[in-house]
Each structure stands twice: as C-alpha cells, then as structure tokens.
Design a protein. Structure first.
Length: 272
C-alpha cells in the first residue's frame, strides 16, 4: 500500500480505530524483519476490513497487531538489561490526561516480585530471590517497594516531567519525600551500602540521588486493595513476577492482558 493510499484509508476510519492505526503505522513500511512484517500485514488487513464496514473485524485485527507488537518489543535486542521484563499496551499510547504510574512489591517465603504500570501503557515486572550476598537487610518489603520505583524510572531514557508515582506504602513515600529534599543518606534499616558487583552504586543510593534532582516528580500514597485500577495492576504484576519464580507459566501474555484490563478501567474512570 502506497503512503497516499494508507493515509486516505486512515482518514475514513472512526476515531478509536484511526488513533490505533496511526500508532502502528511504522510497522506498515517495508522491512526485513519478519515480526514487523506480520504486524504490518495485520494492520493492512484491518484497513481492508474497515473499508468494507467490518469494524468489529478491523478492531480484532488491530488487537492482534498490538499483541504482536508488544511481544516483538519484549524480544528487542536494544538495551537488553534496561528492557528486561518490560512491555507496553500500545492502545493506550495516545491516551489523554496526566501521566500517572503505580508501583508495588510482593514477597512470600524466599521469593519476591516488583511491578509497575503507567497510564500510557508501559509496564514492567521482575521476580527476585534471596542469596548469601543479598543486601536487602531486615526491611525487605520496604526495600522492594523502593526498588519498584527505581525499576519504573530506569525504564526511561529521560523520565517524563510531571510524572506522578503512586505507592501503597506510606513508609516508602516518606523516604522518597526525604530524598527529594536532600536527605539522600537516609536508608531503610539494615540496607547494605557495600560495593555491588553488578553496579557502581546500590539501587537505593542511585534512586535517592535521582529523585533529589527531580522536584517535578510527585510521589503519593494510595490505599492498597481499595479498587484503585493502577495500584491493582501493579499489585497483580508484582504477585505474578513472584509466582513465576516458583511456577511455570507463560508470563508475558498474562501480564499484557492484566495491564490492558486495568488501564481500560483507569481511563474510563480516571481518578488519582
């Protein structure tokens, strides 16, 4: 399909489909990547279906294209360490309103998990365990709540100005507020500051230094298990990551579906 044909077809779409197709447009260009080609084929089929007023089929084909794009992003080789465990539900990329994120952590026995979700569709989840050199100390849950915030912020080349981050741990929020006003030496009880083999600085030290220079970021408390869509999504992701360390199941599609469902609820009833 030529560029002019593509644009003409897009202008004939109703707004919801129109916005989704524009986000996926990069995949409709010629490429040597088989995955990108499959995504582009699904978009072209959606345009064809819409042309014949088969809007339900067009929506389903775009669902497929978005799912394939999310899976492709998971396997991208760029920034492998930074992108580990991350994904995006593309349908929410152009959603209006302020950018809001929620983070959470889960721990049971010797397995833990952290997760985050952002109102623009970004999300991430990581499982973790304990070992002989685990630096967490006795404040395990609190430290993981803060690690989840670091995991969120590390997912951006440049953290968006004005981002609001919601946590259901009041203690974690208090630490973030202390770091923002310059108390970067304040650390949870027992957290080890020894040199790390895998990083030049401990995670929480790096996080404290980062938020100290970002007064534009807002860290706020939200009551856990109260039905707040973003908090429930982050909670679900952290539990899923923890369980994945002990059970065998296909994590990626479950996480993607969970985030999509809760973001649909969030954008229908936006409230902090």
């Amino acid at each position: 399909m030529r560029p002019d044909e593509f644009l003409r077809a897009v202008t004939q779409l109703p707004p919801p489909l129109h916005d989704r197709v524009l986000i996926l447009r990069p995949y409709t260009r010629a490429t040597g990547c088989d995955d990108c080609q499959s995504i582009g084929d699904a978009v072209h089929l959606a345009l064809t279906a819409a042309h014949y007023d088969e809007l339900t089929s067009a929506g389903e084909l775009l669902d497929t294209a978005e799912r394939l794009a999310a899976e492709h992003a998971e396997h991208a080789l760029q920034r492998p360490d930074q992108q580990r465990g991350r994904g995006r539900v593309l349908r929410w990329a152009q959603a209006s309103g302020p950018l809001v994120a929620a983070t959470d952590a889960s721990w049971k026995g010797r397995a833990g998990g952290i997760g985050y979700v952002v109102s623009d569709g970004h999300y991430g989840l990581l499982g973790r365990g304990t070992g002989r050199l685990d630096p967490t100390g006795r404040s395990r849950v609190l430290v993981d709540e803060l690690r989840a915030v670091d995991y969120l912020l590390a997912g951006y080349d440049a953290v968006p100005a004005g981002l609001t981050v919601l946590l259901d741990s009041l203690t974690a929020v208090r630490y973030l507020h202390r770091w923002q006003v310059g108390e970067a030496d304040a650390m949870p009880a027992g957290y080890s500051l020894r040199q790390r083999r895998w990083s030049d600085k401990p995670t929480l030290v790096r996080l404290a230094e980062q938020v100290a220079h970002r007064p534009d970021l807002t860290f706020a408390h939200v009551k856990g298990h109260s039905g707040h869509a973003l908090n429930e999504a982050a909670d679900g992701l952290s539990h899923m990551a923890r369980r994945r360390r002990e059970e065998s199941f296909d994590l990626r599609p479950r996480a993607h579906a969970l985030v999509d469902a809760f973001l649909r609820d969030w954008h229908t009833n936006v409230t902090l």
